[in-house]
Design a protein. Structure first.
Length: 33
């Protein structure tokens, strides 16, 4: 595995985590209404 693949995987992991956090915050906001 070269560095480019490792970077892509780390970047994808970061995007997946931030997306999951946005989803969780969105659910919390909707449930408060």
């Amino acid at each position: 595995m070269n560095n480019n693949n490792v970077y892509s995987l780390n970047n994808f992991d970061f995007l997946a985590r931030s997306f999951a956090r946005m989803q969780a915050e969105g659910v919390l906001l909707i449930s408060r209404l």
